[in-house]
Ligand binder design. Structure first.
Ligand code: 8X3
Length: 250
């Protein structure tokens, strides 16, 4: 019971799942996501103690009810990894789909806020904790057709900074991890299941893997108590910016 507790949103795939696999060696884990079956299957593969919370991060009530339903011995969450987030579409602003806009703002910004609001007060009370917001290079720069996705990640960047200010003095660390191109289901979701288009994003260079980012998260969590990594940009060696990628045969 002495192990620290980490809650990971969006643990059903990609960076969230890879992080769960890595942290399960040293943390008691609460894995969250919409797809319960995936979470249950992941739980079976993990070595440590694991709780599954299945909820839609867009649904405020469901977020609060799920987190409140945790058994008392799981309620003192030490590490919150706000990982859930997606891109929906890649369109010029004048051609954008408003359902995509809603999804990105609801999941990437409002969902992150709901989960944070449900968890941070007990960290404040206990004067300890670490919040890791998984942002993106899109939180630091804007690229053509990235408009609303970039806006949502810029909001995450602002929230990370705001959290660090407001929680200063409570012993709570706040970190932003800003990955560039990571080969996950990210592009499948962005391009709505168009696998060809999704695959092209990661072709002719070596993208990051979800494990690369998970290892970075683990590094950030393992810094000594007096050290916080505030903001960490992680890119494939072949990527210099959102729009500059050294693709071999192009
Ligand atoms: C994912 C990276 O460059 O596709 O957040 O926006 S990018």
């Amino acid at each position: 019971m002495s192990q620290r507790i980490a809650l990971i949103t969006g643990a059903t795939s990609g960076i969230g799942e890879a992080t769960a696999r890595l942290l399960s060696l040293n943390y008691r884990l609460i894995i969250c996501g919409r797809r319960e079956e995936r979470l249950e299957n992941l739980k079976k593969e993990l070595v440590g103690e694991v709780e599954v919370l299945s909820f839609d991060i867009r649904d405020k009530e469901s977020v609060f009810n799920s987190i409140a339903s945790l058994p008392v011995e799981w309620q003192e969450i030490d590490v919150l990894i706000n990982n859930a987030g997606n891109a929906h579409g890649l369109d010029f602003i004048h051609e954008g789909n408003m359902d995509d806009w809603d999804a990105m703002m609801d999941i990437n910004v409002k969902g992150l806020l709901y989960v944070s609001k449900a968890i941070i007060p007990q960290m404040v009370e206990r004067k300890m904790g670490h919040i890791v917001n998984i942002s993106s290079i899109a939180g630091l720069e804007v690229y053509p057709k990235g408009n609303v996705y970039c806006a949502s990640k810029h909001a995450v960047d602002a929230l990370t900074k705001g959290m660090r200010m407001d929680l200063n003095g409570f012993g709570i660390k706040v970190t932003s991890i800003d990955p560039g191109l990571v080969e996950t289901e990210f592009s499948e979701v962005r391009f709505k299941g168009n696998s060809e288009k999704a695959k092209q994003v990661y072709q002719n260079y070596t993208p990051l893997t979800a494990k690369d980012v998970a290892e970075t998260i683990e590094f950030v969590l393992n810094r000594p108590p007096h050290v916080v990594i505030g903001d960490l940009l992680i890119l494939p060696t072949d990527q210099a910016s959102s729009t500059i990628v050294n693709k071999k045969s192009e």
